[in-house]
Structure formats: structure tokens, C-alpha cells
Ligand binder design. Structure first.
Ligand SMILES: [Zn+2]
Length: 182
């Protein structure tokens, strides 16, 4: 549903490891976090995150979600920025150039420990996505029982809901009820 284009697909899938509507979290425990990280190619041979790593990933993910809600006109951007700045100091990025002179950002080698790769890659995707004018279109759904991350491809960037027929319809129903009762 409303998939983000590259390079933001990674950011979307990382934040959507938690599904509020269906009540699951792929990073809920160490086994789950290990599976997700290795499936996405972020764990070297035999590497396993520890509980501190997992907590840091959760704080990073929810910081991202706060910023993505701010993209959708909700408050909380300040706390999100704070969480991201903390990760950014743990997982610095380096500039690299290919033989054609094209620059890119890559996670600094060895920084951030076991989860440095995923944190750096997500941050690099955010910076590149912002440079391409796409970052502000990545939003968390305004339905507080959902918060799913979607890409707003609308012309005027006015999308608020991950799906119009579920979350959008629910919001309309709430407004309608509120109006009727007042
Ligand atoms: Zn939604």
C-alpha cells in the first residue's frame, strides 16, 4: 500500500516493522530483531544484536515515526529530531565518490557496532530522499490507532491517511459523530 520509491523504501519498511493496527512488532524481541536485520542484509556472519542494540533501534524507529507524523501536520517533530540526532552521532556517515564522480553517503566503517549498518543506511536514505524532494512525502498515518508509514504521491502533498477506505473513512465518521452530538 502506497509504497515509497527508492531510496525511501528502506525507511518505510524499517518504521513499519511495528504494526499498530494489527498489534505486532517485528523488533519486539531479540530473535525477531535478528531475523529482520539478517533478512535485510544488515548482520555480518554470526553477528547478533544485544538488548541495548534492540532498544536503540526502537528509539530510532519511534523518533522517525514522530518526524513522519510531523510531515502529516501532527506535533512531536522536536522529540523526533532529538532521537534522530542521537542516532546520527552514533552512526556517522561518510561521503564516497564513484569513478564517474557521483557522490553518495555510506555508513562510516565500524561505527555504531552491530546495528551501525542499519542505522547508517536508514539515515543515508533519509538524506538522499530529502535531496531528491521525496522525504516530506513520507508520512505516518494520522489515525492514532494506525500510524502506518505511507508515501504521499498526491499532487499537492495533501494525503493524511494510509488508506482512504479504512483510516480516512474512520476519521470522517468521527468528525460526523462529533458534529451531530454537539
Ligand atoms: Zn492508517
Amino acid at each position: 500500500m502506497k509504497p515509497a520509491p527508492e531510496p525511501l523504501a528502506l525507511v518505510q519498511s524499517f518504521v513499519n516493522t511495528r504494526n499498530v493496527m494489527h498489534g505486532y512488532d517485528l523488533l519486539e524481541d531479540l530473535d525477531g530483531a535478528t531475523v529482520w536485520l539478517s533478512e535485510h542484509g544488515f548482520l555480518g556472519d554470526g553477528a547478533r544484536p544485544n538488548e541495548d542494540d534492540r532498544r536503540r533501534l526502537i528509539a530510532f524507529r519511534e523518533g522517525l515515526r514522530a518526524l513522519l507524523l510531523a510531515h502529516n501536520g501532527e506535533p512531536g517533530g522536536e522529540a523526533g529530531a532529538e532521537a534522530l540526532n542521537e542516532v546520527a552521532s552514533l552512526a556517522p556517515l561518510s561521503a564516497r565518490f564513484d569513478p564517474g564522480g557521483e557522490p553518495s553517503l555510506v555508513p562510516a566503517a565500524g561505527a555504531g557496532g552491530t546495528i551501525g549498518g542499519v542505522m547508517g543506511s536508514v539515515l543515508a536514505a533519509v538524506v538522499l530522499g530529502a535531496a531528491e524532494g521525496k522525504w516530506r512525502r513520507l508520512k505516518a498515518c494520522r489515525n492514532e490507532d494506525c500510524l502506518w508509514v505511507f508515501y504521499d504521491g498526491s499532487k499537492n502533498r495533501s494525503g493524511s491517511w494510509c488508506t482512504m477506505d479504512v483510516c480516512g473513512a474512520r476519521a470522517k465518521m468521527r468528525t460526523y459523530r462529533r458534529r451531530r452530538s454537539s
